[in-house]
Design a protein around this ligand. Structure first.
Ligand code: HEM
Length: 320
């Protein structure tokens, strides 16, 4: 049925939490042929997700695709999403939110890893040598929604209409409505040092109780706790982001990690959180989680609406 002001269909940003995920960051090969191949592939994503997902309807398979700032110019030219820029590094005194190369992000989620694995295989095979994968992480859900450091992760995420409000671009950038910005960072944890802390000390780092996941009372919650530094306001209103972090690791190699992924309608709140965590608020009052966690990757991407993603396949960029 025709509508006067159709709202574009978003990608699966607000889809329910799943048991497994694969995160892939790739760089674009040089040359016009590679760019043309990636553009054509934009229409394959939804079709391949349908084909793989249909085989296990209860598996809740979804795929989100985002593009980095310089890749956007090469692939699609102008117009560009108003707030898309390269990942901004923050840091002080040995703590650093590093920027690492990345032109395309794939966030593949499903209840079971076989679905994620099959879709990743199909999507990458369709891209061929048009891209090089620079980072690939298989994430798993750990006990009752806990991060690898043992605390429940994701509790304060917005839900329902609020999730859409905080993650979808609206009238501020009408050509890119229903798109989102996504920030990713791969963290490695020093579990020996973390586990040497008492549970009470760990709770002061996060700002919540460990077993019951209740926020510490303001009278005892340190201003340098993770929860205090990532709670931000603008014009007196709290600004939320939507996270779906996943644990990953290789125990035999001593690797224990958190893949951080955050969605928002602008990069600004996520960058404010990073500044609070890495530099501190006020400077020096930094997030003590970083004494046990090192960011080894960092990327910022724009996720076009599902409708725009299809249209992008036919873009003829003015500037290449
Ligand atoms: C080392 C990687 C990280 C780990 C293990 C981690 C873990 C956690 C945990 C356990 C919580 C408390 C429960 C909840 O989700 O509400 C939390 C809250 C939160 N985290 Fe992180 N996080 C990490 C990195 C980040 C980063 C890089 C950001 C932002 C750029 C961030 C933003 C937030 C926000 C917004 C909250 C909710 C705060 C609130 O409203 O109380 N986290 N995180």
């Amino acid at each position: 049925m025709p509508m006067d002001h159709p709202t574009p269909e978003p990608q699966a940003v607000c889809s329910p939490i799943t048991g497994s995920a694969i995160f892939i960051v790739a760089t674009l090969a040089p040359g016009g042929d590679a760019a043309a191949k990636v553009r054509a592939w934009c229409t394959d994503i939804a079709a391949l997700t349908r084909s793989v997902g249909k085989r296990v309807p209860s598996g809740n398979l979804s795929c989100i695709c985002g593009f980095g700032s310089s890749a956007w110019n090469i692939l699609f030219g102008s117009p560009r999403p108003a707030s898309l820029h390269g990942f901004r590094e923050f840091g002080a005194e040995g703590r650093r939110a590093v920027a690492t190369p990345g032109d395309i992000l794939l966030h593949i989620r499903a209840e079971q890893m076989d679905l994620c694995f099959e879709l990743a295989t199909q999507l990458l095979s369709s891209l061929g040598d048009a891209v090089s994968v620079v980072d690939e992480v298989q994430g798993f859900r750990y006990f009752d929604m806990r991060s690898i450091i043992g605390f429940v992760d994701g509790t304060e995420n917005p839900v329902g209409r609020k999730a859409a409000h905080f993650t979808m671009v609206g009238d501020e950038d009408p050509l890119f409505a229903a798109g989102s910005y996504v920030l990713v960072q791969k963290y490695l944890h020093n579990m020996t040092a973390w586990n040497a802390l008492s549970v009470e000390a760990q709770e002061r780092v996060i700002g919540r109780t460990k077993l019951s996941d209740i926020e510490l009372d303001d009278s005892i919650k340190p201003s340098c706790s993770h929860s205090a530094l990532t709670t931000i306001t603008k014009d007196g209103q709290e600004v939320k982001i939507l996270r779906d972090n996943m644990p990953f690791g290789r125990p035999g190699a001593g690797e224990f990690g958190t893949y951080f992924i955050g969605y928002a309608r602008s990069p600004e709140p996520m960058e404010q959180m990073l500044e609070n965590m890495f530099v501190g608020k006020p400077p020096g009052n930094y997030d003590r989680l970083l004494d046990f966690s090192t960011a080894v990757t960092g990327g910022l991407f724009f996720v076009p609406s599902a409708d725009l993603l299809e249209e992008l396949a036919d873009r003829e960029p003015f500037h290449t």
